[in-house]
Design a binder for this molecule. Structure first.
Ligand SMILES: N[C@@H](CCC(=O)N[C@@H](CS)C(=O)NCC(=O)O)C(=O)O
Length: 231
């Protein structure tokens, strides 16, 4: 076990959430430092080769500091240094799980397109792309979790996808992306998991809505109109 772990984070980052969820699932203590990505501190730019969060600083027994980046890699590292693996043991299931984790990243990129879309056409394109993604995912979900009875790394990777959609859909009072029976049950199961709930601050939804509203995108306007109607 390393001596000390420090997760360099951002309060809204979906990739950071993966690392925080896995650490909580594995009862791994770590220090979390949230930075402002619009004004990255110099020490962070010197530490992170990509300029992106999450970064995990690992201090080993000899006091040497190792810098890990890329959320999928950080999640696997946290899984490997602790008991009760979250990645299946058979090579084919490990590979399949990694493939779907990559798919979760692509789905997050589509959600980024959804909340940044400048007009209805781009917004609608992003919604259609998400629908296609969910259609391909539906029959892959074993239930109650992605690979079956136990929560695993794929669940941690998809949790931020559903959290985004839950916040937007709750605020707008409408469904943006239809969930099939399996995805609906799965996302509900993930959403009540303490590790998932604890991976973001209590005011996450307000922060996310303010972040999106400030973008001046098509979704910003929908959310702003909704707030005006509610006032
Ligand atoms: N592939 C990376 C993506 C990480 C990422 O895109 N992080 C965003 C925040 S959610 C970031 O740090 N953006 C800052 C920038 O691109 O300047 C991972 O999985 O860790």
């Amino acid at each position: 076990m390393p001596q000390r772990l420090r997760l360099i984070s951002h309060k809204l980052c979906p990739y950071v959430q993966r690392a925080a969820i896995v650490a909580a699932e594995k009862h791994i203590d770590f220090e979390r430092i949230d930075i402002d990505l619009a004004n990255k501190p110099d020490w962070f730019l010197r530490t992170s080769p990509t300029g992106k969060v999450p970064v995990l600083e690992v201090v080993d027994d000899a006091g040497k500091v190792h810098v890990l980046f890329e959320s999928a890699v950080i999640a696997e590292y946290l899984d490997e240094i602790s008991l009760n693996a979250l990645l299946p043991s058979e090579p084919i299931q490990r590979a399949r799980t990694r493939a779907w984790i990559e798919y979760a990243s692509a789905t997050l990129a589509d959600i980024g397109k959804l909340y940044s879309a400048p007009d209805f056409a781009a917004f609608d394109d992003a919604l259609r792309a998400l629908k296609v993604r969910f259609d391909a995912l539906e029959n892959e979900v074993a239930g109650p979790f992605f690979n079956g009875a136990r929560f695993g790394l794929a669940d941690a990777a998809f949790a931020p996808v559903f959290r985004y959609l839950d916040v937007f859909e709750r605020e707008l009072g409408m469904t943006l992306v239809e969930r099939g029976r399996r995805i609906a049950a799965w996302s509900e199961e993930i959403g009540i998991r303490p590790s998932v709930i604890g991976a973001v601050p209590l005011d996450y939804a307000d922060r996310l809505l303010n972040f999106v509203i400030a973008k001046n995108s098509y979704l910003s306007r929908l959310l702003r109109d909704k707030a005006l109607i509610a006032a």
